[in-house]
Design a binder for this molecule. Structure first.
Ligand SMILES: [Cu+2]
Length: 499
């Protein structure tokens, strides 16, 4: 009897720690590896285990934002000089006052927490002096940028403590909201969790001529969503919070702001959403049930605006949406909320009418051609596993192994399959470096309108087969991996050499 009670307590604590969850939305495995799972299933009262993943109680909810702090807007990074597009980016250790009067140990770029926004233009030749002022190895990865592999900042591009590297590339892709973060082998999750993440905006003639809201920080707002667990000293104790299946926290920070609110005018406001979490999925909606307009995916504008009531972003995915505060009923308060109702970002709407902007009916010329649709599948990726037993095509990452090769400039079709396990499986957000791809189909069906645009990360649901058309414009060895950062660090990553 005593043993049984102990096991039940264990099972409950596992439930509490990791949370069970909806297979459609959240990481949902507990803190056991395969063998432990098998053992405990045999030892345990079947009822408990049997219910574990049937229950859709969800992972730990986020605390509602009280809205007591105005949202911080990342500074736009100044160029080093006027003559060339040169920037200096330092990875630093610091202390940040996230909670009033308390210093939290954090990492940041050119500051103590998170990083600045780099605004690049299509056609720019960019030079970045990347300096590692941490006391551990790091890399500078430009997520979503179509650059040569030696500029991409994958695990091979280690910069040691106290060292620096000049990174050069030409911006050849269209306007988009991208980001940068570290990518050292086995340490990505901890470094991102501690605060290393920044934004890259690309603008081009099209983005500047569309008439969309473009006043940075006023009606063009970046929103980096990250969930954290703070210990009783209000520290980010990654080792204590860490879950091999994806570290989830109860405390939301947006742009590093605790309990944020956003003050806006009665105008159209563009929100550039980035899920910068280690593992949490977000489904964004307005508390009033009102719709909003999506205008962009990870890598560029949609051809036409899409009206949505909610949008789900898995880790590393972005979307740009426009909320028209001149058209909404503000009587009962307006907020961006998560799927489960938790308040992410309350809005305070001033009486000012704000700027005149518009959402044009035509924004881009993205297309999936008949030829691309008809191409045979030439690369198969099978995502499988959980916790630290995660693999791609049955293998864990090996820096010395090339998994695929592809010719530069040649489009191929990849099929990504998320093989479910006995627990039902979980979503894996699959990311490919150095390129933007097109979704051909999900389980044979045309993707929804809101995904008919450039993507560099895609949520692949348990049991789902996704086909994408993908081309690399540069050479070198690139990573492809699950963007649940603990899965990436646990080896759910492979390498493609573009020749
Ligand atoms: Cu994964």
């Amino acid at each position: 009897m005593k043993k049984k009670i102990k096991i039940t307590v264990l099972a409950i604590s596992i439930l509490v720690i990791s949370g069970c969850s909806n297979a459609n939305s959240q990481p949902n495995h507990s803190m056991m590896n395969n063998e432990e799972m098998d053992d405990s299933m045999m030892n345990m009262d079947g009822n408990m285990m049997g219910n574990r993943h049937m229950s859709h109680d969800g992972v730990v909810s986020l605390n509602d934002s009280t809205g007591e702090n105005e949202l911080k807007i990342p500074a736009m990074l100044e160029r080093d000089n006027k003559e060339e597009v040169a920037y200096t980016v330092r990875a630093q250790i610091g202390k940040t006052e996230i909670f009033d009067g308390i210093e939290t140990n954090t990492y940041g770029y050119n500051g103590t927490f998170l990083g600045p926004m780099l605004r690049l233009e299509k056609g720019d030749t960019v030079k970045i002096r990347a300096i590692n002022e941490l006391d551990e190895n790091t890399t500078f990865h430009w997520h979503g940028l179509e650059v040569a592999a030696d500029a991409d900042g994958g695990p091979h591009d280690v910069i040691k403590p106290g060292e620096e590297k000049i990174i050069e590339f030409k911006v050849e892709q269209e306007a988009a909201t991208l980001w940068f973060h570290p990518h050292p082998e086995g340490k990505t999750s901890e470094q991102v969790y501690n605060g290393l993440a920044g934004l890259v905006y690309i603008e081009d003639d099209n983005s500047k001529s569309l008439g969309l809201p473009t006043d940075y920080g006023k009606n063009d707002i970046p929103l980096i969503f990250q969930d954290k667990t703070f210990d009783d000293k209000k520290q980010l104790n990654y080792r204590a919070a860490m879950n091999d299946d994806g570290t989830i926290g109860d405390t939301l920070l947006i742009n590093g702001t605790l309990n944020p609110k956003l003050t806006v005018n009665k105008e159209k406001v563009r929100l550039r959403l980035l899920n910068g979490s280690n593992a949490r999925n977000f489904t964004f909606k307005l508390n009033t049930g009102d719709s909003f307009i999506q205008i962009a995916t990870d890598g560029g504008f949609l051809n036409a605006p899409v009206t949505l009531n909610e949008i789900t972003l898995t880790p590393s995915e972005r979307a740009e949406i426009v909320v028209d505060f001149s058209q909404l009923n503000l009587e009962n308060g307006l907020a961006l909320i998560n799927e489960d109702g938790s308040v992410l970002l309350p809005f305070e709407v001033s009486d000012q009418s704000g700027a005149i902007s518009r959402i044009p009916g035509e924004m881009n010329d993205f297309s999936l051609t008949v030829e691309e649709k008809d191409l045979p599948v030439t690369k198969k990726v099978e995502l499988f596993g959980m916790m630290d037993m995660v693999m791609i095509n049955g293998k864990k990452f090996d820096a010395d192994r090339i998994d695929f090769t592809q010719q530069q400039g040649v489009t191929e079709v990849w099929e990504i399959y998320n093989r479910p396990d006995m627990m039902g499986g979980m979503i894996h957000p699959f990311h490919i470096h150095g390129t933007q791809f097109k979704i051909i189909s999900r389980d044979g069906e045309e993707p929804s309108e809101y995904e008919q645009g450039w993507k560099d990360s895609i949520a692949v649901h348990p049991g789902e087969r996704v086909k994408i058309a993908i081309q690399f414009n540069h050479k070198g060895v690139y990573m492809f991996h699950c963007h649940i950062l603990e899965h990436e660090d646990n080896g759910m990553m492979g390498q493609i050499e573009v020749k």
